[in-house]
Design a binder for this molecule. Sequence first.
Ligand code: SAH
Length: 220
Amino acid sequence: MMGEGDPAETDAERKMRFLYALRSRGVTDTRVLTAMEKVDRGLFVRGHFAGRAYDDMPLPIAAGQTISQPSVVGLMTQALNVQPRDTVLEVGTGSGYQAAILSQLARRVYTVDRHKRLVRDAQDVFRELGLVNITAFTADGSHGLPDQAPFDRIIVTAAAEDPPGPLLAQLKIGGIMVLPVGQSDTVQSLIKVTRGERGYDYEELRPVRFVPLVEGLGTE
Ligand code: SAH
């Protein structure tokens, strides 16, 4: 069997292995798989770990943060059930990979990160790939984006103890939010929140582990 990060592996073999890992971990939505086949994760992982970009594992990026595990990106995107006319907010741009996947499925994607450097690097990749429907800001995403709200879909890729109130408020009726909740450094739960006419419905999806949602802007 091909070893992970094997230099003798061809691009096609690497892509097959990447997609196979996604499917075997429950990513079955064709639109999500197509988006993940199209957007090269290798462009979002720099330096030392670049050779591991097609392995199903989280990897370190700048500012002490991580690019999420591809199967987790796939499962969260699938749970979000994005529609072609949707406006999506992502909190936690990180490498920009999740936003790039969303950009294939939605009309417009807003993504925010508290680290200016990560936003700048991600914007460079979006430009390189011609992903013109993504707007990235440096901001504390726990307040959402009041000027662009409300959103059809919200995805949070850092863990809060509870769903932040402003994000719940900025979700449209009929909208869906997917986010990890729980204390950092323990196992968190990925939850799906659906906003109905009369309130919010919560569904627990699976255990996950994300970096914490931190208030205020970062120093990098
Ligand atoms: N979605 C990313 C991975 C995100 S890692 C990807 O596809 O690569 C989580 C990110 O959340 C980190 O970059 C961190 O800086 C950011 N973050 C943490 N707290 C935040 C906050 N309050 N507002 C915005 N971003 C935040």
